[in-house]
Design a protein around this ligand. Structure first.
Ligand code: ME8
Length: 531
């Protein structure tokens, strides 16, 4: 076991929202990376959860005639259920209403207060409830006013001296202590930091909002929901660190290796969170990766736009593996991408049903029909180039996948699948098997083509497991892989996992059934209302 810890987080999603494809996307990516590192022997902690305080939640609970806690207890289940349906392997699920989280938020606030990083001041300005943020830009205020999305507030507030950390933040980004990815987002943040940084309002008076964590030093105020939420990345570690000494309260997993987020919440993470950590004298996360947006007809997918795709429906229709593969293959991580049901069906049919599924069926069915065993033997020049190609592709996959280059890494694997399919087409093993009684060379070639193709499929099952844990587990077992694929660990640098002559191969069901493109709905609310 490599003694390496790896800590990765997703945003904690607003409990009010009905989870959509955008939320699923970040969580699938974090899951794929977590599974990838676990299989390579790393000690992974993968945290996700729900953000449950703030004005939006209080308003929604009131509208339903429920207490805030009842409302959250009910709604956070939507996220848990989706993560189960998507085979998400998170190690913990944090809710900001967890009592232990609230205790630790209070402790962190008290420390900031004791150390002189918080002061009180009157404030007036426009507040955007749906983003839970004060808006200062004049044009933005006018636009949001017209849409009825801001309210004017005048109140006493507590402020965090964020401005004191501006220079340190710039040098942390420039020195690589904190890596912001992709490069364009790093430049965006550095550009933002060329203007003087203000201080951050971190409280709301209870007279306006009661639903939050009380400030320990001013109990007529609750903590600003973003400060409460960001602290989850540290407080979530308590699931691991019970019994850790108080002076090392977040244990060996802090700092996080990766905070995965969407680009909508880049500033809160790369500026608010990092400066709070500096004031708390805690190390900064190593990387923040802000990926792009799923759009529908060019507009960001979001509940307020009414154009969201429900991942539950996609799972019911196509299975979780197909959805996981599609989102990781379709859109380079970091860029935006437009969702179209036709694109999803095209990927399933061509990449999964055809290139991967048909190859697996052909190999398994031929071997099953012919006694059920792969013949022992060595590779000759007939298949050695393909095995070399696999090894080269596996090395590229390792490098690109670990670096969040999901689309490139998968495309590389599909080159190996194409080459394997070509080998089968060129050698026609269904013909060779009939000729082998008269022609020993045909028999040898048949054995070798089956053994090499089977070994490639078995090796690819392990490689593709982080993306499609369910069906790759089925393929692994069908080809004689020992135990559950989720328990498999690579021990050396080699990714080559040949089939064994001892394995009994049986005919199986199609891994990825073909979809009839004509019967597929569009899957977005808005598109369907217009149908
Ligand atoms: O912002 N495309 O929660 P949230 C891609 N509670 N990803 C998307 C997306 C889209 N169209 N829409 C949402 C919050 N996401 C806060 C976070 S963290 C301390 C607090 C994903 O429910 C993406 O990861 O609005 C984005 O950053 C996140 O959902 C926002 O989730």
């Amino acid at each position: 076991m490599v003694d390496e810890r790896f800590y990765i987080t997703t945003p904690i999603y607003y409990v009010n929202d009905v989870p959509h494809l955008g939320h699923a996307y970040t969580t699938i990516a974090a899951d794929a990376i977590s599974r990838f590192h676990r299989m390579r022997g790393r000690d992974v902690f993968f945290l996700t959860g729900t953000d449950e305080h703030g004005q939006k939640v209080a308003q929604a609970a009131a509208a339903r005639g429920l207490s805030e806690q009842q409302h959250c207890d009910e709604l956070h289940q939507n996220f848990r259920a989706l993560w189960t349906g998507l085979d998400i392997s998170n190690d913990a699920f944090i809710r900001t209403t967890d009592p232990e989280h609230k205790d630790q938020v209070r402790a962190a606030l008290q420390k900031l207060w004791d150390d002189g990083w918080i002061y009180e001041q009157d404030y007036e300005g426009w507040y955007n409830v749906s983003d839970e943020m004060f808006v200062t830009d004049g044009d933005e205020i006018e636009r949001l006013k017209a849409a009825g999305r801001v309210e004017f507030v005048k109140e006493s507030n507590y402020f965090f001296k964020m401005s004191a950390f501006q220079d340190r933040l710039v040098s942390a980004i420039e020195s690589g202590e904190l890596t912001l990815r992709p490069e364009s987002r790093r430049n965006e943040v550095l550009g933002f930091l060329r203007q003087p940084l203000g201080d951050l309002s971190i409280s709301r008076p209870k007279s306006r909002l009661g639903w939050g964590v009380e400030l320990p030093f001013a109990t007529d105020h609750v903590c600003y929901v973003w400060v409460d939420a960001l602290l989850n990345y540290c407080t979530g570690l308590r699931y691991l660190n019970e019994g850790t000494p108080a002076d090392d309260q977040y244990g060996p997993f802090w700092p996080a290796d990766y905070h995965l987020i969407g680009k909508d919440i880049l500033t809160t993470h790369s500026v608010y969170w990092t400066t709070i950590l500096m004031a708390l004298e805690l190390p900064l996360p190593r990387h923040i990766f802000a990926h792009g947006w799923w759009t529908f007809e060019g507009q960001k997918m979001s509940k307020s736009m009414g154009n969201v795709v429900d991942p539950n429906r996609l799972i019911a229709e196509f299975g979780s593996d197909a959805l996981r593969y599609f989102v990781l293959r379709q859109m380079p991580f970091g860029q935006d991408g437009d969702f179209a049901a036709a694109g999803l069906v095209e990927r399933i049919n061509s990449d999964l049903a055809n290139d991967l599924g048909n190859l697996a069926s052909r190999v398994l069915n031929l071997v099953a029909r012919d006694g059920g065993h792969f013949a022992p033997g060595e590779a000759t020049e007939a298949t050695q180039p393909l095995l070399d190609e696999f090894n080269a592709a596996a090395a590229d996959f390792e490098r690109d996948f670990a670096d969040f280059g999901f689309a490139v890494a998968l495309r590389r694997v599909w080159e190996v699948l194409s080459a394997t399919n070509k080998l089968i087409q060129d050698t026609e093993p269904w013909r060779l098997v009939k000729e082998r009684d008269e022609d020993a060379a045909a028999g040898h070639l048949y054995d070798e083509v089956m053994r090499s193709s089977g070994s490639i499929l078995k090796s690819l099952a392990a490689l593709l497991y982080p993306v499609m844990p369910r069906q790759m587990g089925v393929l692994w077992s069908a080809l004689g892989g020992a135990g559950d694929l989720s328990d498999y660990r690579y021990t050396g640098g080699d990714r080559w996992l040949p089939v064994s002559p001892e394995t009994l191969v049986e005919k199986g069901d199609a891994l990825f059934p073909r979809i009839d493109a004509k019967s597929v709905p569009s899957f977005t609310e808005r598109a369907e209302q217009g149908r």
